[in-house]
Design a protein around this ligand. Structure first.
Ligand code: SAM
Length: 285
């Protein structure tokens, strides 16, 4: 069964009474070259397990399962269950967990389903939860070696931008704190049914075993980064002063100690400067 064939998808839908739910980001891949590439470039192998987020009709799930020891996929839409029972029936190493990836207990899922095995995450992410899902996967420090996901093209550019460049944002800093991001390839909107209004790209985040930079207080670091980028094109001193409750004059001095001007925008500071700023704030408070 060719799961990227529109006729096959329509037939599955009509036999199982399924229709797309737009609000769940249900744009299914119909370009046959994309899923094998995600699985290959996402580090799948016979000694590795995979976690997928959002199965659709199982098109990527199949590519992951045939290459890995075990594949577990989390899918929110129970209406897909009869379809997946049919499309994955010949594979014995796949398990579908029906639930919401933003709410599910991931530590428990990893303990129960993967039992210490090496895990790669591969997914065509529903776009409405791109950032929270990526951040959850990174922040929970799960035993994952890499995350290879399709995201909106603009999100890919933001995530893979250099920290300290005009294109960077709070998400760039957060992703770079935990991993090394890389854009793998672009995917046009015509590769999906229904076709979305935007193009996409596949990115890979290689998770750092140890922190890429160290800060005294991680919570403070992310609070500070969010505030600093909240008015991206403006001086960071105003939102920082309000969030951290530090007078602007003092903040200007602290910025100078990390080699930044008092008038600097957050996008001008590199990772080491942001980390040094956080530690200077930590000691001031
Ligand atoms: N992997 C399939 C493909 O490439 O054709 C489907 C990808 S589609 C962009 C996103 C999938 O994620 C849909 O199957 C949708 O139902 C599912 N989904 C949406 N929100 C979810 C959530 N919060 N938790 C788990 N799955 C979700």
């Amino acid at each position: 069964m060719q799961l990227t064939d529109l006729g096959t998808i329509r037939d599955l839908f009509s036999r199982h009474g399924f229709s797309f739910t737009k609000s769940l980001g249900q744009n299914f891949l119909i370009n046959p070259s994309v899923c094998p590439k995600i699985a290959e470039m996402g580090g799948c192998g016979e000694n590795v397990c995979a976690l997928e987020i959002g199965t659709g009709v199982g098109v990527l799930t199949r590519e992951l399962a045939i290459r890995t020891k075990k594949t577990v996929a989390v899918e929110i839409d129970r209406g897909l269950e009869p379809i997946l029972t049919e499309t994955l029936s010949d594979l014995s190493n796949v398990e579908i967990v029906f639930g919401d990836i933003t709410e599910i207990d991931l530590k428990k899922l990893f303990r129960e389903k993967f039992q210490g095995e090496e895990v790669v995450v591969c997914a065509n992410l529903p776009y409405y939860i791109t950032s929270p899902v990526i951040m959850r996967l990174l922040e929970e420090r799960l035993p994952i070696s890499s995350v290879t996901v399709m995201v909106q093209k603009e999100a890919a550019e933001r995530i893979c931008a250099k920290v300290g460049s005009r294109e960077s944002g709070a998400l760039t800093v957060a992703v770079n704190y935990y991993s090394t991001p890389k854009k793998l390839f672009g995917v046009s909107r015509g590769s999906f049914a229904p076709s979305p209004n935007v193009d996409s790209a596949v990115i890979r985040l290689d998770i750092a075993r140890e922190n890429k930079c160290s800060v005294r207080d991680e919570k403070l670091f992310f609070r500070m980064v969010r505030a600093a980028f909240s008015q991206r094109r403006k001086q960071m001193i105003n939102p920082l002063s309000a969030e951290l409750k530090i007078p602007k004059e003092k903040l200007a001095e602290i910025l100078e100690t990390v080699g930044a001007r008092a008038t600097a925008r957050a996008e001008e500071l590199d990772m080491n400067q942001l980390a040094a700023l956080c530690d200077a704030v930590y000691y001031f408070k």
